[in-house]
Structure formats: C-alpha cells, structure tokens
Ligand binder design. Structure first.
Ligand code: ZN
Ligand code: ZN
Ligand code: ZN
Length: 101
C-alpha cells in the first residue's frame, strides 16, 4: 500500500491505516481509499460499502442486509428448506420468508 500523503510504502493494510492515522491524522477507508479527517466521518462513510450489500448470494448475486436471510436464500437454491425439516416438496408450505424483507 502506497501512502497517498507521502512516499512511504507499507506492506500490510493495518499498518498502512496506522501510518496514515499517526503521520497524517487521516482515517482511510480501506475499501475505496478515501480519506477522512475524523473517525466519525469514516464511520459515516463505511455503510456505503458494508451496509448496502453486506451479504451476497454466490449463485445469483442477489445481495442481503442480513446474513441469515442470505443463507436462507442460498439454501433455497440448493433445494433445502430454511429449517431443519427435510421433507416438503411443496414450497407453498414454507414460512413467508419474503414478507420479512
Ligand atoms: Zn504517509
Ligand atoms: Zn470507502
Ligand atoms: Zn441467489
């Protein structure tokens, strides 16, 4: 990681973040490289990356706010119910997962 404020190069991300904070008093978003002068403005910025699409289905690329919903969704791709009940081929009998959105 090359420091955007000086010519220093740091191997590890965490050390780079420490460097920018200690040397330049800057908080860096490690996802887009944007810098902030206060920690709170960084924390306000972070949901742009994390909050919007925290969990993604690896099969259809649909994204979810919540991990349990994402897992339940992926299980449906795999032909499993979200519960441990292995039976039902009748998808109408499943709880209304979609209505929780
Ligand atoms: Zn620097
Ligand atoms: Zn960012
Ligand atoms: Zn999917």
């Amino acid at each position: 990681f090359k420091c955007k404020f000086c010519d220093e190069e740091v191997q590890e991300l965490t050390r780079y973040l420490q460097h920018t904070l200690a040397m330049h008093n800057a908080y860096i978003c490690h996802q887009c490289g944007k810098s902030f002068t206060t920690k709170s403005s960084l924390l306000r910025h972070r949901p742009i990356h994390t909050g919007m699409r925290r969990f993604a289905c690896s099969i259809c690329k649909k994204t979810f706010y919540r991990k349990d919903k994402c897992k339940a969704h992926i299980k449906r791709h795999l032909g499993l119910t979200s519960d441990s009940t292995p039976a039902a081929t009748n998808s109408e009998s499943y709880p209304k997962v979609e209505s929780l959105e």
